[in-house]
Design a protein around this ligand. Structure first.
Ligand code: MRU
Length: 384
């Protein structure tokens, strides 16, 4: 079985409902931009690249399935305007990952350029939009495979522990096939190190409160038969101190939702803790992300909007329970409380790791490192 978060054929889109993983593998159809918006908002699909692609393709299938009389009635300008309005709506679903807004910007340029061409009709604009959205799906897998290759080579060359044999890598959240069009970013680096025969072990953090590590990354690692161990987020420092040598832990590799121009990186809550502990223990700390996640328009991490999510994600759980001696699944709608009633909750979905703590940013065209002044020059990697 190939693990796919997104299944697309022209005119039809389905997403794997990640709220039900790892217990149930269920795909749900996305027919409209409203379907795409709520799948993203409710995190049935999540991960920066995946949400951008689902938004783009959600609109593509809605447009493709418009009844012919509507399609034909819209001239180029009306179709251009419709696409703009629907993209503006889609980007309101989640604020932190730049990939979503970035994809919308690229797609708007495509429809603007097409609408301007002489003789352009509504259908021409529609076709150009669908082609561009489909291309995003194709490009993402290729980019991730290249991120994997660059990351694997960089660690081999730059981590002292990689000089003495197979290495272990720690990762956070889920950045794999489930968070992208396929292969993954940080998890793609682990896949690539494994494929190169250099992986001793992968460690994934549980990633509270949403448990992307224990539910999704663990699922992918088991699926791919990669030797792996789950730890809670709070075990990371003890892991590096007590098992760093015996497991030859060379790096912590994480994904990103937005990398600011100075290299400050927003990623899943808990990433910042991991960067601090990596520095303290002399372990490389790497961010793996496609260039679509680098936002030169955001000067530093202080300018990144951090999404805050509902408190119930922290105070309740879903999953399997034993009811009347039988295993039953408590669905996302009927979650079980695990906290004292009445307690206040702060639930930021992401944090910002300062560039200072990051050793390299692995992209599809190479690894960005700091210059002699200690600053990332991300403009260079964007024009490579
Ligand atoms: O809230 P999520 O699950 O969408 O957060 C996901 C992450 O933080 C990932 O690390 C990031 O989006 C990169 S996915 C390749």
């Amino acid at each position: 079985m190939v693990l796919e978060a997104i299944q697309y054929v022209p005119g039809r889109l389905k997403v794997l409902d990640q709220l039900k993983l790892p217990h149930q593998l269920e795909y749900e159809p996305v027919r409209t931009v409203e379907d795409a918006w709520s799948a993203i908002k409710d995190m049935r699909v999540r991960g920066a690249p995946a949400i951008a692609i689902v938004a783009a393709l959600g609109l593509a299938v809605e447009l493709a399935n418009m009844p012919d009389q509507y399609k034909n009635a819209l001239d180029a300008e009306a179709m251009r305007k419709t696409v703009h309005e629907k993209l503006d709506y889609l980007v309101t679903s989640r604020p932190t990952a730049v990939n979503l807004g970035g994809a919308a910007k690229i797609l708007k340029v495509v429809v603007d350029e097409t609408a301007k061409q002489s003789g352009s009709q509504g259908l021409t604009v529609l076709d150009a939009y669908v082609k561009a959205a489909e291309q995003m799906l194709k490009d993402d897998v290729k980019d991730n495979e290249n991120i994997g290759k660059h990351g694997s080579a960089w660690i081999k060359q730059n981590s002292p522990r990689a000089q003495s044999g197979p290495i272990s890598i720690v990762t956070h959240c889920n950045t794999g096939s489930l968070a992208t069009a396929g292969y993954g970013t940080a998890l793609g680096v682990i896949r690539s190190v494994h494929a190169d025969g250099n992986l001793k072990h992968a460690f994934c953090t549980e990633t509270r409160p949403y448990n992307q590590g224990s539910r999704l990354t663990a699922f992918e690692l088991v699926h791919d038969k990669i030797p792996a161990t789950l730890v809670t987020d709070s075990m990371a420092s003890a892991l590096l101190r007590l098992k760093g040598d015996s497991e030859n832990i060379a790096a912590i590799v994480v994904g990103a939702d937005r990398v600011a121009a100075n290299g400050d990186t927003a990623n899943k809550i808990g990433t910042y803790n991991l960067a601090i502990t990596a520095r303290h223990h002399g372990v490389k700390f790497l961010v793996a992300a496609p260039r679509t996640t680098i936002d030169l328009g955001t000067a530093s991490g202080a300018d990144i909007k951090i999404e805050e999510r509902a408190g119930h994600e922290l105070t309740t759980v879903s999953g399997p329970v034993v009811k009347d001696g039988k295993l039953d699944l408590v669905g996302p709608a009927e979650r079980i409380s695990i906290a004292a009633d009445g307690i206040g909750v702060w639930n930021p979905a992401f944090d910002v790791t300062p560039a200072e703590l990051i050793d390299g940013i692995i992209t599809e065209v190479g690894v960005a490192e700091k210059d002699v002044s200690g600053a990332f020059q991300l403009k260079e990697i964007m024009t490579k």
